[in-house]
Design a protein. Structure first.
Length: 221
């Protein structure tokens, strides 16, 4: 983005024109933290039946994960609900029963064991797995690196534009506005996880942390 504004005639502004450019940068890093949503969905003719079955299975799932040294602050319930299920036949609503959903969010430091965690949970009754996300524990500091590079990119652009126009630009911007974000975690596509399946392979890939700014510079003809 490039914009130029004239301030000629205004003595209180130290320059004749204003140059506005966009600076962008990105940092590519390997993730060191993963988050998984998994849990148990149970059905029953009564709420009590569905709840009891769900509680029994989710307890087995949680206990099966203790061997991975997952602490309490790495495992939490993020969704628990009871739904009524209906079907329609000849235009009439037919009650089928109840569905109880108990979903956990699990954070894992050892990315090499993600597939093993999923397989173990499924083998002990988990029938819902989704939203495997990869993140960085140092996301903020990495974003600061990208932000610094974005500002430098804006300065480089302003210098290049001024050279092309054969004008003199002040390399120190009078204003910088942050317009980018720290980026989103990498999310794998939903898949099917069944008991007895071949060991699940999850590839963490790389994270791209982006930053963008808008910078304003004074320049003279």
């Amino acid at each position: 983005m490039f914009q130029a504004y004239s301030f000629r005639g205004k003595k209180d502004i130290p320059g004749d024109f204003l140059l506005v450019v966009a600076g962008e940068a990105e940092v590519v890093v390997a993730p060191n933290l993963a988050s998984i949503h998994l849990g148990v969905i149970s059905e029953g003719k009564t709420v009590l039946q569905a709840q009891q079955e769900n509680a029994t299975v989710i307890t087995k799932v949680i206990q099966s994960l203790t061997k991975f040294a997952i602490s309490k602050n790495q495992l939490q319930t993020f969704d628990y609900r009871v739904d009524s299920e209906y079907d329609f036949e000849n235009g009439k609503q037919i009650f089928l029963g109840y569905k109880v959903t108990h979903l956990l969010q699990i954070k894992i430091d050892d990315l090499n064991r993600i597939g093993e965690v999923i397989d173990t949970a499924v083998q002990h009754g988990a029938n819902y797995v989704a939203n495997v996300q990869f993140m960085s524990k140092n996301n903020e500091s990495i974003y600061q690196q990208a932000l610094t590079a974005a500002v430098k990119n804006a300065v480089q652009k302003a210098t290049a534009i001024s050279a092309a126009l054969k004008v003199h630009v002040n390399p120190v911007p009078i204003a910088v506005k942050e317009t980018g974000t720290a980026g989103s975690p990498v999310i794998t596509q939903p898949g099917s996880y069944v008991k007895g399946a071949v060991s699940t392979q999850i590839e963490p890939g790389q994270l791209i942390i982006k930053a963008a700014v808008t910078a304003k510079f004074f320049y003279k003809i």
